[in-house]
Write a protein that binds this ligand. Structure first.
Ligand SMILES: Nc1nc2c(ncn2[C@@H]2O[C@H](COP(=O)(O)OP(=O)(O)OP(=O)(O)O)[C@@H](O)[C@H]2O)c(=O)[nH]1
Ligand SMILES: [Mg+2]
Length: 429
């Protein structure tokens, strides 16, 4: 059981809890940061100090609501044919001929700004903006035309050298107070061409460094200070700099938008699965802390009962976040040339009953309730149900995330499945 929640339920030493709160929270959150803003962390700490538990619960609730409902609008711009629409399709996990696929082609295809909603996370929209490569390009007019203020950040895409137009655009985006990131696409093509033309001297890392240096020199030359460039292939998002781009965006997004962004990351790398795991675990910890705070307030309804259909729905949601929902498993099975049954044989999260029947969940919940009773007297069955749900949800998240990593190895040959806080932290529950 989480130490802070245990201390909270049994202790009532709120001065001490106020002191421990931020250090404990910091150990829980992902390396890119958490869901609660520094300002709200300070407010929660102050409320704890005064044992104002209603405020503690309210601030957590406010932060969770903001995180879950935050809209995210991403503008993707660059010259025609650089791979903007392909990048958007790859981020949305939509493949050719699927409904909602952004038109891609060898001739100019995107002529006006077009919104593409994420198929799973409906509050996320990618904006495919028209090409910027015309000779009479005026960045300010262009930005006005595409209504720049409505986007959270811009991704400027190039498939060769970044141009003067890209630099003008970056400068203007900066002046209007928005963030931008440079993405250099089609590096798979460059590697292929270099290997074909220089088979004996070809070195992958050297070619990538040359592309990076060239983009950097080009952007610095045209006046972009310290440009950051991410090399990607839209056909192979788990390779090259895409994982670093994900991490950078997460770190730099406003706190309340991080949760929305982390959920939409494709489950293509160890790092993105771990970040999702951390955010989801943080969310249920915050929910548990909120419920614990409310449990001290008389007549406050704070615990839902243990309802099996509701728990199954919750597991299904986590499966969907990690690409283990029914449709995704069918697709993965097809990709691996296996049956769905075979996938079920080496994963654990697809069997709801097996997860729910785990006796150790009851034992751990009982253990905590006994500590509570020894201090507070009585045995509130609602508290027992609440602890059971909290422990079960942690188990759901850890099992689904571990399975996502197993499938990653099988589907993409990624080998580092044991890195970074895997199922072992289940033991800490
Ligand atoms: N090899 C390779 N080809 C890519 C990549 N990204 C896009 N392409 C190809 O490049 C061509 C242009 O891609 P689009 O996504 O249509 O480019 P766009 O920037 O949206 O083009 P416009 O809508 O005309 O401005 C298509 O044939 C894509 O398949 C990539 O990372 N690697
Ligand atoms: Mg396009």
């Amino acid at each position: 059981m989480d130490q802070f929640i245990s201390d909270f339920l049994v202790g009532k030493n709120f001065q001490q809890l106020a002191t421990n709160f931020v250090p404990h929270y910091t150990t829980l959150v992902s390396k890119v940061g958490g869901i609660i803003s520094p300002e709200n962390l300070g407010r929660i700490q102050a409320a704890l100090k005064e044992a104002n538990l209603k405020d503690v619960a309210d601030i957590i609730e406010e932060s969770l609501m903001a995180a879950e409902n935050a809209p995210l609008d991403v503008a993707v711009i660059g010259e025609s044919g650089t791979g903007k629409s392909s990048f958007i399709n790859a981020l949305r996990g939509v493949s050719y001929e699927e409904e909602g696929f952004a038109g891609v082609g060898v001739v100019e295809t995107t002529m006006k700004k077009t919104p593409y909603q994420h198929p799973k996370y409906l509050n996320v929209t990618f904006w495919d903006l028209p090409g910027t490569g015309t000779p009479n390009f005026h960045p300010r007019e262009y930005l006005e035309m595409v209504e720049f203020a409505t986007y959270d950040f811009f991704i400027i895409i190039s498939s060769s050298r970044f141009t003067l137009n890209d630099a003008f655009l970056a400068q203007n985006i900066k002046e209007i107070g928005k963030k931008f990131y440079f993405v250099r696409t089609k590096v798979d093509n460059d590697l292929y061409n270099e290997e074909k033309s220089k088979p004996t001297s070809f070195k992958r890392e050297r070619v990538l460094q040359q592309i990076r240096d060239n983009c950097l020199a080009n952007l610095s030359h045209i006046g972009v200070p310290e440009p950051r460039i991410f090399l990607v292939s839209n056909f192979d998002l788990d390779d090259f700099d895409f994982p670093i781009l994900e991490e950078t965006l997460l770190k730099e997004l406003p706190v309340h938008k991080r949760y929305t962004f982390v959920l939409l990351l494709p489950n293509l790398s160890d790092a993105s699965i771990e970040m999702k795991r951390a955010f989801l675990k943080e969310k249920i910890w915050l929910d548990a802390l909120k419920s614990s705070a409310l449990s001290f307030i008389p007549f406050m309804a704070c615990f839902d009962g243990f309802d099996l259909p509701q728990q199954e729905k919750c597991l299904n949601l986590y499966q969907s976040h990690f690409g283990l929902d029914e449709n995704s498993v069918k697709e993965t099975a097809k990709k691996l040339g296996m049956s769905v049954e075979e996938i079920k044989s080496f994963t654990k999260s697809l069997n709801f009953w097996l997860l729910v029947k785990d006796d150790s969940i009851i034992a751990r919940a009982m253990n905590c309730v006994e500590c509570y009773c020894s201090v507070n007297g009585g045995l509130p069955s609602t508290l027992f149900q609440f602890l059971k749900i909290y422990i079960l949800h942690l188990k759901f998240i850890n099992t689904v995330a571990d399975d996502a990593k197993i499938l990653l190895v099988d589907a993409y040959g990624v080998t580092d499945v044991h890195g970074g806080g895997c199922s072992s932290d289940l033991l800490l529950v």
